[in-house]
Design a protein around this ligand. Sequence first.
Ligand code: UD1
Ligand code: MN
Length: 459
Amino acid sequence: MICCEMLNRKKCYEFLNMRKKQLLLLKLGIVAWLLVVYVLFTYQPSTPHLTQDGDKAQSLTHQVDKLESELRKQSDFYNSLVERLRSLQKQQEEQKSREEAEDLGLQDLIPEPPIQVLPVLLIACNRESAVRRSLDLLLKYRPNQEQFPIIVSQDCGHKPTRDAIMSYGDKVQLIQQPDLSDIDVPVKEKKFKGYFLIARHYRWALNQIFQKFSYEAVIIVEDDLDVAPDFYEYFSATYQILRADPTLWCVSAWNDNGKPNLVDIKNGSSILYRTDFFPGLGWMMTKELWDELGPKWPRSYWDDWVRAPEQRNNRACIRPEVSRTRTFGKKGVSNGLFYEKYLKQIHLNEVFVPFTKLNLTYLIKDHYDPVFDREVQNSQVVSLSEVKSDRLSQGNSYKIVYHTKDIFKRTTKALGLMDDFKAGVPRTGYHGVVSFFYGGRRIYLAPSNNWQGYNPSWS
Ligand code: UD1
Ligand code: MN
């Protein structure tokens, strides 16, 4: 219309007529081209031996079938092509919005891969102020509630303790062990009844974690533990290693020989080890391990039962040089057996180590064992008195060799190390070796070269 207003009307109509003719010709051309394509597509030269009517019908059916299958194939092909294009388009759009967000400095808004939820299970009973002290520190250092939900499981039905836990509101979740009935204990073990109650509580609480709440893993603490500032960081990072290495079955925050004069407080905060000894006291396990241990969980002394060869099955735990937990439970079921001598002296780590930013794959067995064994092998053999004398040069590592249980005991007692064995394994031991730090030197208390493995009769 604009054309007809702007130009001479007659010329304009002539021009439009010409366009109409051109269009008509084009349409005719397309129809003719389609006809040619159709004829070419459907034309099949007649085959001389198909002269009968039946044969013709058969050939027609055959051709229709062929055509149908051909069309199906083409349709499938185009469908998958469309799918692929759509997904490419989606990827492109996501990439574009990511780039735009980055340009605008909005990286924080870009969704990260899903985080691993690691619930903390706090085992409580009737120590009201202890549970508060534990919870205060656990909450103080918790980086976020979604990743580390805290579940307090209370046994014993003690009301003041329950009220204390409930006073934390929705920052923690309270669950209560329902079976408060008296427990059957063999006469000889009457004074150990507490261990039966603890084992019953653990079984119930862990079943809740894995069967009711369906978590993938859990960090277990007790109501008389202080935790270090990097407690969560430590477990987040080691969770990946625990999952990656089937020869590991736990990660513990505890160093049994973590007294200040036996660890490298100044430079050793980031050092981690493998150990054949199950340390407990702030430890992590997977759902798969609970599936294995839960059905045969013992009636008492659960931690020593876990340490038995039938359960451990040659698996190791990760433990730190400097403890990430400390116990203040002087009064407990075991009545402070080791408390004064060892437990209360354990040094709690104070430096935050960004473990999730470090490469911890050196802890995987295939990497760790050759390095560890060589290091112990190459350390200079020294005597106990040399170690105590402070005459050895700094910066080197040394080795005290033990051949018998008595030598082991004498050496550990003289140095203030824990001297007991569980199922023949010394505390913190790996391949029979106890590593510690003494007078600024790394020392290995190591078995002789012909070591045949742990002797379960050593206690
Ligand atoms: C020791 C261990 C502990 C282990 C326990 C069982 C140390 C320092 N502690 O307990 O890790 O779990 O042996 O072998 O080595 N509790 C209940 N129900 C009860 C009594 C206690 O659930 O009837 C809970 C407590 O709240 C606490 C845990 O069990 O969380 C351990 O009790 P505690 O009194 O601290 O005993 P320990 O001698 O330290
Ligand atoms: Mn305790």
